[in-house]
Design a binder for this molecule. Structure first.
Ligand SMILES: *[C@@H]1O[C@H](CO)[C@@H](O)[C@H](O)[C@H]1NC(C)=O
Ligand SMILES: [Cu+2]
Length: 190
């Protein structure tokens, strides 16, 4: 499970690790976990590579995972282990109109070596693995995928996910679910 950061805006205000001004426009939220104040940064496209780095993050419940985007036009979409490069959409037939799997859209296109102005954050809400991939072109086939809280004792490893990815076709989620926010640390650089 994950929660878009917009759902936890008020809790986030209590955390010094997050920039409050970017979150104040969101009025509605459903807090389910207390934030720990820990943010794990993941960078897409470091050194013009088709990678997320780090791509294997271990996070506690209440930690934030924050994706930053380098050139050119990457995004992040949640999947499961069994179906790499395909959105994990629990409303795939559109009956309820709400999917809980994240995809903030292609909102991070950037060039000239610049980091995108916006980042994407989720809050880790339980200990289950969270799988994700870049839905652009054939990036996922090239290994542009990652996991949060892989089960290191099991067979569902990131290496296996990437092996399986090679034979798949990337699917772009048909709806955006999750809101990009302004980079809280724009001078951070990578
Ligand atoms: C980024 O990629 C998406 C998906 O391929 C495409 O629809 C969009 O136009 C691209 N954006 C830019 C600015 O190139
Ligand atoms: Cu990509």
């Amino acid at each position: 499970m994950f929660a878009p950061i917009s759902n936890l805006a008020v809790l986030a205000l209590a955390s010094t690790a997050l920039a409050a001004p970017t979150l104040t426009t969101h009025q509605e939220y459903t807090p389910t976990v207390s934030l720990t104040g820990v943010t794990h940064t993941v960078v897409a496209g470091l050194g013009n590579s088709l990678t997320f780095s780090p791509d294997n993050v271990v996070a506690e419940i209440g930690d934030v995972v924050e994706w930053h985007f380098l050139p050119a036009n990457h995004s992040v979409a949640q999947s499961n282990f069994a179906n790499p490069c395909v959105p994990l959409d629990d409303d795939i037939d559109g009956t309820t109109g709400t999917s809980s799997s994240f995809f903030p859209g292609f909102a991070f296109a950037t060039s000239n070596g610049q980091q995108a102005d916006d980042v994407f954050q989720i809050v880790v809400e339980d200990n289950n693995p969270i799988w994700y991939y870049c839905p652009q072109g054939a990036h996922c086939q090239a290994g542009m995928s990652g996991v949060i809280n892989q089960d290191f004792d099991g067979r569902a490893t990131l290496a296996e996910y990437k092996r399986e990815s090679v034979e798949t076709v990337t699917v772009i989620p048909d709806e955006v679910n999750g809101q990009p926010i302004a980079n809280p640390n724009p001078l951070g650089g990578f």
